[in-house]
Design a protein around this ligand. Structure first.
Ligand code: MFK
Length: 551
């Protein structure tokens, strides 16, 4: 009988997760009904992983013309995406965040669902993230008519009622610097109409979108942009003066129907004031960047679940891979990165939840912390997601590089995470901007110290020391670099990543101590020690003259 390798399999995606059950027990309660709900979803995730593999080759198709020559621009998504829309609504992947039962922990509930189920839904997280961001932006606008018309749809659990929303910011002039946006908004007797080309519009099948455009007569730059809401189709399902020029041929997220669009008199509704649209859309950015961090950790988790299982099925050189010291060492390092990233992503989630509830006496401090924590969490976890995905597929050997195993998609899909919603460099600069508002660095230091102070176990002493030392170095560096703008900007990424990794280690230490105290075992202490060993402090100036020679 010739040898055939068994493929890696998934177990229940809630029970098998080394972090989520203890995090829920600590923050929501081990007896809360969401534990049973998440366990049920852990099985749904396994079922849909199987469907995902079968659906692997189905991609969105754009049909621009019908048989009789009419321009129709219809996009058909993959069969799994059709099912994902129903699952996402029923399981409240957006709605759970807006439901009152868990108060400030509604966000933890929502993102736990996303974490368990999301990796089996072929990046349907993309339209959901933007839908959630649109609901939050409209609520923040205070415009009663818009809130009453759209928020109940965006946050519905009924698949027949729920709408998704896009977010159209990127034009040919730029995705990071949107100040040169060329889309013009003109006002006629019927209201506003938009004219221009949107270069990268994810999930074009959504029913509505939030977008930026420059009202005629407004000045140049981003201040002259305004925020608009577009309903894509009329009552007959026809696109409202929108042409889909083509779908993007992307490295990953291939199930997401990302398109180039031309708007030629598209009716739109102004959201907020007729200028300062970038500021108007920032609630969307905070929500989608939090989604990005959670999707980064859930992607890591999926890669590791498969790599761990493979190591228990695959024999080489006379033993299972899991029993080979070097293979076990490699997996342990990846698990430590995942554990640290999880803590930072879910702490961002918790802050978002407590800010949205509004009543906290801590509100000002939370606001300062959250403004800095969101870009830091997004950029740090996205980089980890790519590194972990790359190692996870490598740990499956050649199978990890062969498309019909489904494994290469994990890496290709992870690679979008440091790019969309703000690249690592753009978010590093955003971190500096957030710290520049005052009080944010102190809020980060207080957050780190609160978690380190909880550590009593002697096994956590080294991680505590590594965190304090990295934070002190980062604080000293930024204080000094502040006087030299070129040095500050050049070192912004190393600085932001040092804050990110220090926060991760502190939060991991805090959770490890809680686990020790509450019967959840010593595993996270091991993760903290291993993560500290990987290095937290990335500060260190590269001489600017060398940079000029090299770049
Ligand atoms: C799995 C998850 C899936 C997620 C869905 C993915 C969908 C993918 C579709 C896309 O990729 S859409 C494109 C995403 N593009 C970006 O995220 C843009 C990246 N660029 C930036 O973030 C730039 O920093 C930014 C465009 C915001 C800079 O613009 P400006 O014109 O230079 O704005 P400016 O002057 O810095 O900020 C304007 C105001 O907004 C300021 O307020 P004030 O006027 O009161 O001073 C800023 O403080 C404020 N602001 C800017 N960024 C903020 C913010 N406020 C809060 N949070 C922020 N992040």
């Amino acid at each position: 009988m010739p040898f055939f390798q068994e493929p890696p399999r998934l177990g229940n995606q809630f029970d098998d997760d080394p972090l989520l059950p203890s995090w829920i027990a600590r923050h929501v309660g081990a007896d809360d009904p969401i534990v049973g709900e998440l366990r049920g979803l852990g099985e749904v995730a396994v079922e849909y992983y199987g469907k995902q593999l079968l659906d692997r080759e189905n991609e969105p198709v754009l049909t621009q013309w019908d048989a009789w020559g009419q321009r129709i621009d219809r996009i058909d998504v993959s069969p799994l995406w059709v099912e994902a829309q129903v699952l996402a609504a029923r399981h409240g992947m957006v709605a759970a965040a807006y439901e009152p039962r868990l108060g400030a922990y509604a966000r933890t509930h929502q993102f736990a669902i996303v974490h368990v189920l999301g990796p089996s839904l072929d990046v349907y997280s993309c339209p959901l993230a933007m839908t959630d961001g649109a609901a939050r932006t409209l609520l923040g606008s205070g415009d009663r008519a818009l809130i009453d018309r759209y928020v109940p749809r965006l946050t519905s659990r009924d698949p027949a009622v729920m709408w998704t929303s896009g977010q159209w910011m990127t034009e040919r002039t730029g995705g990071s610097d949107v100040s040169g946006s060329e889309t013009v908004a003109k006002r006629d007797g019927d209201g506003w109409r938009l004219y221009g080309t949107k270069w990268f519009t994810s999930a074009t099948t959504s029913e509505m979108a939030l977008t930026l455009a420059r009202p005629e007569g407004n000045g140049d730059g981003s201040r002259g942009l305004a925020l608009f809401l577009v309903e894509l189709r009329d009552a007959n399902g026809r696109l409202r003066n929108i042409a889909v020029n083509r779908l993007k041929d992307k490295l990953g997220t291939r199930k997401v129907p990302t398109a180039e669009l031309t708007l030629d008199g598209t009716p739109a509704t102004l959201v907020g004031s007729p200028s300062d649209g970038v500021r108007g859309i920032t609630p969307m950015l905070s929500v989608t960047r939090t989604w990005n961090a959670v999707c980064a950790v859930s992607g890591m988790r999926r890669g590791l679940a498969l790599a761990r299982d493979f190591a228990r099925r695959r024999k080489a050189f006379g033993a299972l891979l899991v029993d080979k010291p070097l293979h076990a060492d490699t997996l342990a390092g990846l698990e430590a990165e995942y554990a640290a990233a999880f803590c930072l992503a879910f702490r961002s989630v918790e802050l978002l939840g407590s800010l949205e509830q509004g009543a906290s006496a801590q509100r000002d401090a939370d606001e300062r912390l959250s403004r800095a924590l969101i870009p830091i969490a997004k950029l740090t976890t996205a980089k980890q997601a790519v590194a972990v995905a790359s190692e996870a597929i490598e740990s499956c050997g050649g199978a990890g590089y062969v498309e019909d195993t489904g494994l290469p998609r994990i890496l290709a899909d992870a690679q979008v995470l440091p790019i969309w919603e703000g690249t690592t460099n753009v978010l590093s600069l955003d971190t500096l901007r957030a710290l520049g508002k005052g009080g944010a660095l102190e809020a980060i230091r207080a957050e780190i110290e609160k978690n380190l102070a909880a550590a009593k176990d002697p096994g956590l002493a080294r991680p505590v020391e590594a965190t304090r030392s990295a934070l002190a170095h980062a604080t000293a560096w930024v204080t000094e670099a502040m006087t030299n703008p070129e040095r500050l900007e050049a070192g912004a990424r190393r600085f932001a990543l040092t804050l990110g990794r220090s926060l991760e280690l502190a939060l991991l230490v805090g959770h490890a101590q809680w686990c020790l105290d509450n019967g959840h075992g010593p595993r996270l202490g091991a993760a903290a020690r291993r993560f500290a060993q990987h290095g937290v402090d990335l500060i260190g100036d590269a001489p600017l003259d060398d940079t000029r020679l090299l770049a």
